[in-house]
Design a protein around this ligand. Structure first.
Ligand SMILES: *Cc1c(COP(=O)(O)O)cnc(C)c1O
Length: 432
C-alpha cells in the first residue's frame, strides 16, 4: 500500500488494499490462496530462526499463513489496531482472546446483553476451566462497576451492538471503568463492523469479530478475528505475567520482544499455536473478497434495515421493533453517538401474537430465508425462543428479554421493496 501520501488513506481504499502484498514470484494482484501446511527452510540456521520467531518467514500454517496474514493485517488496519489474526470462527476468536488473558481462578466481567453463543461459552467450557464470569447489570453505576473489579479480574467483555436486541453499549464509559480497575476491555464488534463503529477509537483494547457475518457478507464461510489495539499497559496492570515475565529462562517477555503488539504476539504464538483454531486460507480468500466491498454493502444494509424498521413498527401484528436507528428506540441517543452511519442491519420484531404468531410468520415467508446466521446478502429470519434461546429456562429467557413473539431479521441486499412485500405478507398471515 502507498504510505507516502500526506494523509492516511480512506476506509474505502484501505478495505481493498490494506495488508495486501503483491506476490513476489508471480506479481498476482489478488491475494493468492497459499494452500500449504508448511514452508521450506533456507538452511539449518533459518529453521532455528523461524522456530524462535527471529525470522520474518513462517514455520507452519497452524498459526501463520500468508493468505490469513493479509486478512489479519487488513482487519487490524480497518479497526485501528496494531496487529490482528484470523481464526476458524467467531467462537474460536472469543475463546482465544479470553484464554490469552485469563486462566483457572481468574474472573471476567461481562455486560448483560451478549450473543447467546458467547454467554454459553462463559457459562459452559470457560466456567469448567475455572474462569469465573459475572454479569454487570445494564444500569450499574460507576461505583458498582468499580466494586466488581476484583484482584482476580482479567478483563471486561462486551459487544458494541448486541445481537439480537441492539442495546447499544456505551463503550467509552465501559473502557474508562475497565481501565480505572487496571483491566483491558474486550469488545465483540461483529454487528457494526469497523465501517459503522471502531471501538478502539472509544478505548477498547481487544476487538473480536465473527468474520462469518458482514465482513465476509456472502454467507459462504465461517471465520473469526482478533485485533490488538496496542495501547493497554500490561506491565502497569501487573495482572498478566504471561505477557510481562520471561516465558522461560533466557527468553525476554512478550512485552519486551513485541512492545505494543505483545498481546497479539502471545495470542498468535502461544494460544493459536497450541490450541490450533486455524482457518483454511480458502475461507480467508472469500473473506478478503467480502471485505473489499464492505462499505458499499453496509450503506445498503443499514438503509434497508432502517426502512424495514420504520415500516414494520406500523404493522398491527408487531408489538415492538428493536432497532436503535428508530427515533422511538431507547438506544437511539447512543446509536447517534456511536453509529452515525447507521445502526446495523439486525431488526428484531416482537410479534403481538407470541409464539403462535411467530410460527405463522416464519411459515409464510417466501423470499426471506428462515435460518440462523446474520450478515448475509440474503434476508434471514429466525424465531429466537424456539432456536437460539431454546436451552434457557423461561425465567432466563425473560431476564434476557427473549419474549415468546421475538423474531430476528438480518436485512440483506435484495430490493427493499421485495423484502418488505414478503415481510408484510408474512405479518398479515401472523395476525390472521
Ligand atoms: C455469530 C456471532 C459470533 C460467533 O461467530 P461464529 O463465526 O458463528 O463462530 C460471535 N459474536 C457475535 C456477535 C455473533 O453474531
Amino acid at each position: 500500500m502507498a504510505d507516502d501520501c500526506s494523509r492516511p488513506l480512506d476506509f474505502e481504499t484501505r478495505q481493498i488494499h490494506a495488508g495486501a502484498v503483491v506476490d513476489a514470484e508471480t506479481s498476482a494482484r489478488v491475494t493468492p490462496i497459499y494452500q500449504t501446511a508448511g514452508y521450506v527452510f533456507d538452511d539449518f540456521d533459518d529453521g532455528e530462526d523461524r522456530f524462535a520467531g527471529r525470522a520474518r518467514n513462517r514455520a507452519y500454517s497452524r498459526n501463520e499463513n500468508p493468505t490469513n496474514a493479509v486478512a489479519g493485517r487488513r482487519i487490524a488496519d480497518l479497526e485501528g489496531g496494531v496487529d490482528g489474526i484470523v481464526v476458524a470462527s467467531g467462537q474460536a476468536a472469543i475463546a482465544a482472546a479470553v484464554t490469552a488473558l485469563a486462566g483457572a481462578g481468574d474472573h471476567i466481567l461481562v455486560t448483560r446483553s451478549l450473543y447467546e453463543g458467547t454467554r454459553e461459552m462463559f457459562r459452559g467450557v470457560l466456567k469448567r476451566q475455572g474462569i469465573a464470569f459475572e454479569e454487570v447489570p445494564d444500569d450499574a453505576t460507576d461505583a458498582e462497576w468499580a466494586a466488581r473489579i476484583r484482584p482476580s479480574t482479567r478483563a471486561v467483555y462486551t459487544e458494541t451492538l448486541p445481537n439480537p436486541l441492539g442495546q447499544v453499549v456505551d463503550i467509552e464509559r465501559i473502557a474508562r471503568l475497565a481501565h480505572a480497575g487496571g483491566v483491558p476491555l474486550v469488545v465483540d464488534n461483529t454487528v457494526p463492523t469497523p465501517y459503522l463503529e471502531r471501538p478502539i477509537e472509544w478505548g477498547a483494547d481487544v476487538v473480536i469479530h465473527s468474520t462469518s457475518k458482514w465482513l465476509s457478507g456472502h454467507g459462504s464461510v465461517i471465520g473469526g478475528a482478533v485485533v490488538d489495539a496496542g495501547r493497554f499497559d500490561w506491565a502497569a496492570s501487573g495482572r498478566f505475567p504471561q505477557l510481562t515475565e520471561p516465558p522461560r529462562p533466557g527468553v525476554a517477555s512478550f512485552a519486551d520482544r513485541f512492545g505494543a503488539a505483545a498481546y497479539l504476539a502471545y495470542l498468535r504464538s502461544v494460544i493459536v499455536l497450541e490450541y490450533g483454531p486455524t482457518v483454511p486460507p480458502t475461507s480467508t480468500f472469500l473473506l478478503l473478497h467480502g471485505i473489499e466491498t464492505l462499505s458499499v454493502r453496509m450503506d445498503r444494509h443499514v438503509a434497508s434495515a432502517q426502512a424495514v424498521a420504520e415500516r414494520l413498527v406500523q404493522h398491527p401484528a408487531v408489538a415492538r421493533v428493536h432497532y436503535p436507528g428508530l427515533a422511538s428506540d431507547p438506544y437511539n441517543a447512543l446509536a447517534a453517538k456511536y453509529l452515525p452511519r447507521g445502526a446495523g442491519s439486525i431488526v428484531t420484531l416482537d410479534l403481538a401474537g407470541g409464539r403462535e404468531a411467530a410460527r405463522r410468520f416464519i411459515d409464510a415467508l417466501r423470499l426471506v430465508s428462515p435460518m440462523t446466521h446474520i450478515g448475509d446478502v440474503r434476508t434471514l429470519a429466525i424465531h429466537l425462543g424456539s432456536t437460539i434461546h431454546a436451552k434457557l429456562t423461561e425465567p432466563e429467557r425473560e431476564a434476557a428479554g427473549i419474549t415468546p413473539g421475538l423474531v430476528r431479521l438480518s436485512i440483506g441486499l435484495e430490493s427493499v421493496r421485495d423484502i418488505l412485500e414478503d415481510l408484510e405478507r408474512a405479518l398479515d398471515a401472523a395476525s390472521a
